[in-house]
Design a protein around this ligand. Structure first.
Ligand code: 4AD
Ligand code: MG
Length: 434
């Protein structure tokens, strides 16, 4: 007997095959049963008719419980009205495990609260919506890699145990290493990227990053994935161009390959179809004026809060690039603007529709003396940065790069209110299980 997946059903019309999977749902209608089978590649309605099956099989299917595992056997038939386009006329079924009636699968088709579902995240992933979101995430990750791989970037991953802060000392997670040495979970691979960029020219790292942020917002995780490209002989302008090209390419790929998932999520794709180059570009100064005119009480010199990002994002129909931030709100490594002492060559990209900052980056300090001065100003220990300082001693060049948060990007693609559903097992201030 030929074993196939639901995704392959289209090339087996008229054949009798078997599909291993799980019972997603079951409808009964007198002498006909409609078991809905899912197998990870899709969902398929099956039709089991009483007088075409042996009595035992029919009875077994009739009383089968949700999420029981089984191998369904039958003939594939094209059915225009069916969600995936095909149905199976059941000829037999082998039950692998029957979920007990007295301890049924906890997630039923009725509505459940978010905490109930998050506590059962290990099971919730089987639901149609969650499945669709994580498939979009996979497409985003693949598209990011394909784009950078085909634009001359070399993947050089960076360490997770790190001796120093990249993005400010207040959001570090300390780890007790051997012999009471304290290390920190990485906040960003950037500093190491700067070293590998001097070896390879254009590089990227792509991995989990950590922030001990006590912010309980819809945009913050304590563990999130970030892709970080870094380029030697590059400026702020290069960052804008690469980030814009990357974002446009990834959105295109999601629209091309994940239409069905976006449909399941009821995403308004016309909003994503508008994401084309060129993106609007404004300065921080202009952003502050815009925010004030829309009722924000932000003052020059302050960082944007979540609501400010929402206003900015909603002011444009595609991602907006905001550059030249006040030095005080940015990390130690930013190159100052050549014409002004109080702003730095950093850029943030803010997604439309209120999904917030999806990219942060800019040009780095390449001058040895200036870097030393900044480390001192920011009270960072020179000894933890000795190797980083070396990069300014041996063939230093202007260089630049950025980081893009995958979860926020996926939340935007999927149109989700909160980033917690964009990663299989989210880590947040009050959520560390399962
Ligand atoms: O703006 P951030 O902090 O920039 C950096 O870490 C730079 N070192 C990156 C670089 O230049 N190589 O973070 C970059 C992006 C943000 O724009 C956001 O998308 C995401 O990472 N991000 C978070 N996503 C989820 N939860 C959090 N707590 C996040 N913090 C940042
Ligand atoms: Mg940022």
């Amino acid at each position: 007997m030929k074993r196939i997946t639901i995704a392959e059903a289209g090339s087996h019309v008229g054949e009798t095959v078997e599909i291993p999977g799980w019972l997603y749902n079951l409808r009964r209608s007198g002498k006909i049963l409609f078991p809905i089978l899912r197998d990870g590649t899709g969902i398929m309605q099956c039709v089991a008719v009483k007088n075409q099956l042996d009595a035992e099989t029919f009875q077994t299917l009739r009383h089968l419980t949700q999420e029981s595992s089984l191998v369904m056997r039958g003939r594939i038939r094209a059915e225009k009205r069916a969600p995936g386009g095909y149905e199976m006329d059941v000829e037999g079924a082998e039950i692998v495990q029957r979920v007990p009636e007295d301890d049924p699968y906890p997630i039923t088709p009725k509505e459940h609260g978010i905490e109930f579902l998050m506590d059962r995240r290990h099971l919730w992933l089987r639901s149609r919506r969650q499945h669709a979101i994580l498939r979009v995430r996979h497409e985003v990750v693949r598209a990011v890699r394909d784009y950078l791989d085909s634009h001359g970037f070399t993947l050089v991953d960076t360490p997770i145990f790190t001796p120093a802060a990249c993005e400010g000392t207040t959001t570090l997670f300390p780890v007790n290493y051997f012999d009471d040495e304290t290390l920190y979970l990485t906040q960003s691979g950037q500093l190491y990227n700067e070293a590998t960029a001097m070896a390879f020219g254009k590089v990227y790292c792509f991995g989990p990053t950590f922030r001990a942020e006590r912010s309980k917002t819809r945009r913050h995780l304590t563990e999130f994935w970030m892709v970080e490209p870094e380029m030697a002989y590059a400026t702020l302008e290069d960052v804008k161009q690469v980030a814009e090209g990357l974002i446009v390419a990834v959105v295109e790929r999601v629209l091309e390959n994940r239409r069905r998932e976006l449909e399941t999520l009821e995403r308004d794709v016309s909003k994503l179809e508008r994401v084309k180059a060129p993106f609007p570009r404004i300065t921080y100064d202009e952003a502050v004026e815009l925010l004030k005119s829309k009722g924000s009480d932000i003052q020059w010199g302050e960082d944007f809060g979540g609501p400010d990002e929402t206003i900015l994002g909603e002011s444009f129909d595609r991602p907006v690039m905001v550059d030249r931030y006040p030095k005080k709100v940015k990390a130690f490594y930013f190159q100052p603007a050549p014409d002004r002492d109080d702003v730095v060559l950093g850029v943030d990209i803010i997604a439309p529709e209120g999904y917030g900052e999806i990219v942060g980056g800019g040009q780095r300090i390449h001058d040895l003396e200036l870097l030393r001065k900044r480390l001192e100003e920011y009270n960072l220990p020179e000894d933890a940065f000795d190797w980083y300082i070396d990069l300014r001693k041996y063939g230093t060049v202007p260089h630049a790069g950025f980081g893009m948060g995958i979860e926020r990007f996926v939340a935007w693609m999927c149109g989700l209110e909160h980033v917690r559903e964009t990663i299989a097992f989210p880590r947040m201030l009050y959520r560390t299980r399962p």
